[in-house]
Design a protein around this ligand. Structure first.
Ligand code: NAD
Length: 270
């Protein structure tokens, strides 16, 4: 039976979902290993739209038309027009309180790692040290012919598509729909999921495969799955132990405050 925090909410009040926030803090403090699994929703408040909500970028470009590897190979110039707009958004974005809260939890010894589906590098900018980038990163471009890697910020986007010195087309070093998951990240993420006692699932619709398997792996190994989202997802009734309903930055700020005020002894992380 799923528990909801919505009944406890007092928007613009001092406390939101007090009972479940406090319950989440307790299981974090008792757990030997806590992992966060994040999706596009955590970066919405940093100005990067997710795929689901109303947004400028994905109204202009249908991800199914522009974000597949087939589309990239068929017409790299067309896809690079979208990538250039995305690059402007990414350059302007900064970590929000949700990213900072996860970095703080790690620094407090309460979080083992962040597994992210995001390619925006905001967890690292917030100070998270162990970030598993399940879908790669926007920080680098890679030549599709020779594999040479380039720092994205040093590549001019005046003429599209950008090219390597070998004249091969450059592609962002993140996964397009239809591409395999980077092997090392996939393995590490599955290991983290299988060995955690608590998984915080933050801002993901959990429909993109195989990332959506990670909460299921954790659940099967007995982990408590705490979902943080502004709405229910397909995990909510079958996988999540409870849902902290609200924006990631509000909920994680409250959780951090609750953990900070707790004087219970911390079990050592493994
Ligand atoms: P998604 O767009 O499918 O779902 C986003 C989820 O976040 C939704 O469930 C939504 O209700 C929730 N959400 C929205 N705003 C929120 C907020 N303020 N607080 C808490 N939750 C909020 O995203 P996904 O599940 O990550 O899958 C989309 C794919 O697209 C992923 O593979 C991801 O790599 C990619 N993507 C990445 C970025 C990024 O790097 N920032 C942005 C868009 C898409």
């Amino acid at each position: 039976m799923i528990e909801y925090s919505i009944n406890f909410f007092r928007f613009q009040g001092e406390s939101m979902s007090e009972n479940l926030i406090s319950k989440t803090a307790q299981i974090i403090l008792r757990a030997k290993k806590v992992v966060a699994f994040t999706g596009a929703g955590i970066s919405v408040e940093s100005g990067i739209p997710d795929f689901r909500g109303p947004s400028g970028l994905w109204e202009k470009y249908d991800p199914m038309e522009y974000a597949t590897i087939e589309a990239f190979h068929a017409n790299p110039k067309k896809v690079w027009n979208m990538l250039k707009d995305m690059a402007v958004l990414l350059e302007r974005s900064r970590p929000n309180p949700a990213h900072h809260a996860l970095a703080r939890l790690e620094a407090m010894g309460l979080l083992s790692s962040v597994i992210t589906q995001n390619i925006d590098y905001l967890h690292q900018e917030a100070g998270s040290k162990r970030v598993i980038e399940f879908h790669g990163s926007s920080k680098n471009l890679v030549c599709i012919l020779c594999g040479q890697s380039y720092d994205r910020s040093k590549v001019k986007l005046d003429s599209l598509p950008p090219k390597c010195s070998c004249s091969g087309v450059l592609k962002p070093n993140f996964v397009f729909f239809g591409e395999p998951i980077p092997w090392g990240a996939h393995l590490e993420a599955k290991e983290e999921a299988a060995s955690c006692e608590v998984m915080l699932v933050v801002g993901t619709s959990a429909v993109v495969s195989p990332a959506c398997d990670l909460p299921i792996i954790a659940k099967r190994r007995g982990a408590t799955i705490v979902e943080l989202n502004i709405e229910e997802t397909q995990l909510t009734h079958y996988i999540s132990s409870w849902l902290l309903k609200g924006s990631a930055s509000e909920i994680l700020t409250l959780l951090l405050r609750e953990l900070g005020s707790s004087d219970r002894p911390r079990v050592e992380m493994v």
